[in-house]
Write a protein that binds this ligand. Structure first.
Ligand SMILES: *[C@@H]1O[C@H](CO)[C@@H](O)[C@H](O)[C@H]1NC(C)=O
Ligand SMILES: [Ca+2]
Length: 313
């Protein structure tokens, strides 16, 4: 080995003699240039790699967004479920739209199952962003309307479906509310029930519990009950006035609801985003929390059998 190195030295020395020092300098310069180019290319390669990683991440995010977008869950089973509590008790604990068929219902329909807060909640109304129009006629409220695909889509399940659903037994109503300050409150009512079409989908419910105050039964003050109690009220829409007011609550409040004279809760009202001014109190109102002139950020109305017990799966 040593001899070889010596030969190399000798060779190099003789090469310098042969090529001349200016040529050698040129070679060195070229080498430096090439090394510079290599570094530049390496830099490009690194940048490209980063770009690829970023694009892949973006694609992944889009992918999960799409998964969020479509929240319909097909169980593909032969079994029919009367509500989300049954689905939960079968071990399905993912939030989403499932097909249910209450015992008296002539057909299956999609309902959002909220598997949080103990699970088994069938959601029949949601407000989240004002993307759906809730100022609708009787037939729309009867059959249901809105977005039955997206996780946070707005919808009304339909009075007919709500009737079939709540007449299967004693159902607890839970209303989850959030405001634009990021606070959450809830109101819960025992024995929530919606009568059939022949009774204009009259609503009844029992004892209140919760943190948002009792706006549905006007329980916040005995003297307001005659106009603020929504229990025992028939459903009203702008084309079907069943309220206790000389005028037409649904028309003025731009919503379908169990109006009295007219309300201390109007969760199907206009989506205003917080404090608002209008001729009438037609925002998304829960009086006992934010009064009549504050429109809430989100609402979820859901039911669950009173005797619901989580099965250990
Ligand atoms: C519903 O609750 C009421 C009052 O607690 C009770 O009398 C009734 O038997 C219950 N109905 C069903 C179907 O469980
Ligand atoms: Ca009226």
């Amino acid at each position: 080995m040593k001899t070889l190195i010596i030969i190399d030295f000798v060779l190099a020395a003789s090469l310098i003699d042969v090529i001349g020092s200016s040529d050698l300098q040129k070679c060195f310069q070229e080498q430096l240039q090439l090394q510079g180019q290599v570094r530049l290319l390496e830099h490009h390669v690194k940048q490209q790699q980063l770009k690829i990683i970023q694009l892949l991440e973006k694609k992944e995010i889009q992918y999960s967004d799409k998964e969020d977008e479509n929240s319909v869950i097909d169980l593909r089973g032969k079994r029919q479920y009367s509500d989300c509590a049954e689905i939960y008790n079968e071990g399905h604990k993912q939030n989403g739209f499932y097909k249910i068929k209450p015992t008296q219902s002539p057909r299956e329909f999609l309902a959002f199952c909220d598997m949080s807060e103990g699970g088994g909640w069938t959601v029949f109304q949601r407000r989240s962003d004002g993307s759906q129009n809730f100022d609708r006629v009787w037939a729309d409220y009867e059959e249901g309307f809105g977005n039955f695909v997206s996780k946070n889509g707005e919808f009304w399940l339909g009075n007919k479906n709500l009737h079939y659903l709540t007449n299967q037994g004693n159902y607890t109503l839970r209303i989850d509310l959030t405001d634009f300050e990021g606070e959450r409150r809830f109101a819960q009512y025992a024995r929530f029930r919606v009568a059939g079409e022949e009774h204009s989908y009259e609503m009844s419910c029992g004892e209140y519990s919760g943190t948002a105050g009792d706006s549905l039964a006007g329980g916040f003050h005995p003297e307001v009950k005659w106009w603020a109690d929504h229990r025992g009220m028939k459903f009203s829409t702008r084309d079907r006035d069943n309220d206790n007011y000389e005028g037409n609550c649904a028309e003025e409040e731009k919503a379908g609801w169990w109006f009295n004279r007219c309300h201390s809760a109007n969760l199907n009202g206009l989506y205003y985003r917080g404090p608002y001014t209008a001729k009438t109190d037609n925002g998304i109102v829960w009086y006992t929390w934010h009064g009549w002139w504050y429109s809430l950020k989100s609402v979820v109305m859901k039911v669950r059998p009173a005797d619901f017990e989580r099965s250990i799966v």
